[in-house]
Design a binder for this molecule. Structure first.
Ligand code: SF4
Ligand code: SF4
Length: 381
């Protein structure tokens, strides 16, 4: 297992975690063997958004004395008042469900997630009401260690981050969602299927969100990295061919600020399957050619795929481009953390010889050598 720091929370999370939603409704024995398999693979972060008492108690029972080996993302406002998944913004109801979650998981939750901040209404009903204060108080009293939120909408997510309250975010990240035009609500396409004709290249609003997260050290955990399996299916993929699970994981983990993906698994075999990501050779997780074949209105934007390597000067081109893109958000105020990360790269923009071998291999038309010069002049001073 590989671990990454989850932004400013400082917590080290496994790059592959467990999304527990598909365990809902399964018998306890299945829950237990899946939780055991995750722990055997050294997974240390679980997402538990489900409001149901039984599934929460089954996961806690499966963990048993190993509760402290795992960080739990628990969701504030996730309820099942009418026996179905629901969202409540009613404070007594919200408190009742989250109090129960605290009781079930040993009196604390690692990441208290403000649930489903997708619309302007969601934002107002959470960030401009007692619910945000409630989360803040939970943090001050140690019942939650960090405040996070979940969203599928880049515009609203940016607004939530700019309140300064959250330290981390769970966001839906996969190549199909990232390539839908700005303003398209991804969950609608999740349900209805994604029309290949709609894909237009990496949506600048989503790219802006990832860069903002990097600049503000908002750690990102990823839901729907496989688009519920649609990207793996010949029938449903919007690309010229299906992607593999490792390609989807690799894509999500190469977005700026992303620390961990949370694929939903409901058996030990499914856990073993996603863990194949660690056994592949360098070429197998490469998604660039499949994505590069899509009509792209934003050619020239780096998608951090590393398809342009090897660089004779030994530069990690995707890493330099990632730092450069973050710095471009506000060139007059580059975050010190971004400067530090750039300075720690073993080879930097200034090492570029301008050979342009990389540009011949880049499917996205990125002017790499010009980017290297710009990075050096921005960071090198
Ligand atoms: S142009 Fe620069 S970054 Fe690209 S391969 Fe040559 S040395 Fe490496
Ligand atoms: S420059 Fe092109 S090939 Fe290299 S990481 Fe960026 S998008 Fe991928």
């Amino acid at each position: 297992m590989i671990y990454r720091q989850l932004g400013k929370t400082g917590r080290q999370v496994s790059v592959i975690g467990l999304g527990c939603e598909h365990l809902d409704g399964e018998p306890f024995a299945r829950v237990k063997e899946t939780v055991d398999a995750a722990l055997e693979h050294k997974v240390n972060i679980f997402d538990v958004f489900m409001p149901g008492k039984r599934i929460r108690e089954d996961i806690a029972a499966a963990l048993g004395a190993r509760r402290d080996k795992v960080m739990i993302q628990g969701h504030i406002c996730s309820t099942d008042v009418n026996q179905q998944y629901d969202i409540s913004r009613d404070m007594p109801t919200v408190r009742r469900y989250f109090d129960d979650m605290l009781r079930i998981f040993g009196g604390y939750i690692d990441f208290g997630m403000l649930f489903f901040i997708d619309s302007e209404e969601d934002f107002k009903n959470v960030f401009e009401t007692d619910i945000a204060d409630y989360a803040d108080k939970l943090r001050h009293r140690g019942y939650i260690k960090h405040i996070g939120f979940s969203s599928h909408n880049p515009q609203t997510a940016i607004k939530a981050i700019n309140t300064g309250l959250p330290e981390m975010m769970m966001f839906s990240v996969n190549p199909a969602f990232d390539m839908l035009p700005a303003g398209e609500y991804t969950l609608k396409h999740f349900d209805e299927g994604i029309d290949p004709k709609m894909l237009r290249g990496l949506d600048p609003k989503r790219a802006e969100l990832y860069r903002l997260c990097a600049a503000k050290q908002i750690g990102v955990t990823v839901m729907k990295p496989l688009c519920a399996g649609k990207l793996l299916s010949k029938e449903h993929t919007p690309f010229s061919q299906p992607l593999t699970a490792p390609q989807c994981i690799s894509y999500a983990l190469s977005r700026p600020a992303v620390s961990c993906v949370l694929p939903g698994c409901k058996t030990p075999a499914e856990i073993s399957d996603v863990m194949r990501y660690f056994e592949l050779d360098d070429k197998e997780p490469d998604y660039a050619e499949i994505l590069g074949a899509v009509k792209n209105d934003f050619r020239g934007s780096c998608v951090y795929c590393s398809h342009c390597l090897p660089c004779p000067a030994g530069i990690d081109i995707a890493a330099v481009n990632r730092h450069l893109d973050t710095a471009r958000l506000d060139k007059s105020d580059i975050p010190s953390g971004v400067r530090l990360s750039y300075s720690e790269l073993p080879r930097r923009g200034g090492d570029c010889t301008g050979c342009k071998n990389c540009e011949k291999r880049c499917p996205f038309g990125v002017s790499v050598s010009a980017n290297m010069s710009e990075a050096e002049s921005l960071f090198g001073a």
